[in-house]
Write a protein that binds this ligand. Structure first.
Ligand code: NAI
Ligand code: UGA
Length: 438
């Protein structure tokens, strides 16, 4: 099939490359010529494991290219995926400007019947709205249909999640749209037998919001319990392992720590909360606000613990931050809990030097007020406290004796549970955490 993917970011680039990899002819579209140039050279403009290989392989076969030319994309594709950004608006609801701008650029060039397939995460009802917008702007009129096919990929495993997803959800208004999408995804559904759930468009839009809100809820739940564990002297990591063996509960998304960040979980939770509020569903809104409240509380607790660890006053104290990305394996620092606590400590007067194995360039852009180092041990020079903010495994592998030679005080706050407390304490360190003892 001939497919376009509008928006070539963390979702769009892996999706475009993935669609080419399963045999479709694909044009990826973006408004940013620099991103398009990088992608056409077979490289992602952000760090995503395995993406460059997938891009290069499919560009080489001629099945994949990227462009800024919407007219060329419209003339080429029978299916147009929408993968543009949907950031938080001022009241927490999605700002859908990029979605409607993409339709404005694409639709006037759609001269024959085609299917637009939304993948971005949106307010329920968006599919219907943009179908009306596209039909109004397109010479093909009612020949343009819109379906919703939410995406569940995670950064860091975007390629595997695209090629071997847990499920594919199709929100469709016609059997024609359903058949087109079944055919398009056949190499994946028949290849590794992943379930395909077909529903109406508004349910598909809700499925995505609900999935992220549930993941956020699990994380906040375990973090709330972590604080209770601190009070009674229990070990939350062992507790989470024990409850996770119950098949009804499972182990995933029960890793305690600094809480969730990133470009999606926080903003999707805000949007879901705003939607509950707008719809007058007070109990749902209150519940979701609680999930967010616990998440932000973890950051406040981490700042308080760091402050206590340096004697109650951070002004003028030198603190090393290990990890700035919102999770390990990526360079994305959007709403990163680690970077957030570093900025708060800096604003309170601390001299913070941060290091991240991948996220330095993005961090420098996002938080230029901090100092940065190119290795973990360099960041630790003269530090009175090291704060582990992102759970990169390499931090767990560092030798506490070697790090001890760099610092002025052996104190470490591990907000992600990647350091062996026993090993570091044996090397003379004071080790603090958010509820787990190792
Ligand atoms: N990042 C992720 O892991 C996932 C993201 N999503 C959803 O996917 C959507 C996109 O998110 P990301 O890829 O993370 O954002 P992103 O910011 O990485 O990518 C968005 C891309 O769209 C481009 N763009 C902006 N306006 C455009 C327009 N009018 N026409 C064409 N391109 C345009 C931007 O230049 C950028 O490259 C959001 O709704 C997000 O919630 C869903 C699942 C996973
Ligand atoms: O809508 C999206 O964009 C995506 O959002 C998340 O994916 P992602 O943001 O890549 O990251 P996750 O791996 O889910 O982690 C999110 C945050 O939760 C934190 N987390 C995760 C799991 C856990 O047990 N504990 C925990 O604190 C991570 O450190 C990170 O800050 C969802 O997992 C994807 O299914 C979804 O497609």
């Amino acid at each position: 099939m001939k497919v376009t993917v509008i928006g070539s970011g963390h979702l769009g680039a892996p999706h475009a490359a993935g669609m080419a990899d399963i045999g479709h002819e694909v044009i990826g579209v973006d408004i940013d010529p620099a991103k398009v140039e990088t992608l056409n050279a077979g490289r992602g403009w952000f760090h995503e494991p395995e993406l460059d290989v997938l891009l290069a392989r499919n560009i080489d076969t001629g099945r994949l290219r990227f462009t800024t030319d919407f007219a060329a994309a419209a003339a080429f594709g029978d299916v147009h995926f929408l993968a543009v950004g949907t950031p938080s608006g001022p009241d927490g609801a999605y700002d859908l400007t990029q979605v409607s701008a993409a339709i404005e650029r694409l639709a006037p060039h759609l001269e024959r019947p085609c299917l637009i397939v939304g993948k971005s995460t949106v307010t329920p009802g968006t599919a219907e709205l943009i179908e009306a917008q596209a039909r109004r702007l397109s010479p093909a009129g009612d020949g343009v249909q819109v379906a919703w096919n939410p995406e569940f990929l995670r950064e860091g495993t975007a390629v595997a999640d695209t090629l071997t997803p847990d499920r594919i959800v199709l929100g469709v208004a016609t059997t024609e749209a359903e058949e087109t999408l079944r055919l398009l995804y056949a190499p994946i559904t028949s290849g590794h037998g992943c379930p395909l759930v077909v529903t109406d468009r508004i349910t598909a839009e809700m499925v995505k919001a609900t999935a992220n809100a549930y993941l956020a809820t699990r994380i906040s739940f375990v973090n709330a319990v972590a604080e209770m564990c601190t009070v009674v002297g229990a070990n939350v990591a062992e507790l989470a392992d024990a409850i996770g063996h119950d098949a009804r509960i499972g182990h995933q998304y029960l890793h305690p720590g600094l809480g969730f960040g990133g470009g999606c979980l926080p903003k999707d939770l805000h949007a879901f909360t705003a939607q509950a509020e707008r719809g007058g569903v007070a109990a749902a809104a209150e519940f979701l606000r609680g999930v967010n409240g616990v998440n932000l509380h973890m950051r406040t607790r981490a700042v308080a613990l760091a402050t206590a660890a340096v004697g109650g006053e951070v002004r003028g104290r030198r603190i090393a931050l290990w990890g700035t990305a919102f999770k390990p394996g990526i360079d994305d620092v959007r709403d990163s809990p680690a970077l957030d606590i570093a900025v708060r400590l800096h604003e309170a007067g601390a001299r913070v030097t941060a290091y991240d194995p991948q996220g330095l360039a993005m961090s420098r852009r996002s938080a230029p007020q901090l100092s940065y180092a190119t290795t973990a041990t360099e960041a630790a020079i003269d530090a009175e406290l090291i704060v582990v903010g992102t759970g990169w495994p390499e931090f767990g592998a560092l030798d506490p004796h070697v790090v001890a030679e760099r610092v002025t005080r052996r104190a470490l706050l591990d907000t992600r549970g990647v350091i062996s407390g026993r090993r570091w304490r044996a090397a003379g360190w004071s080790v603090y955490g958010l509820g787990y003892q190792s």
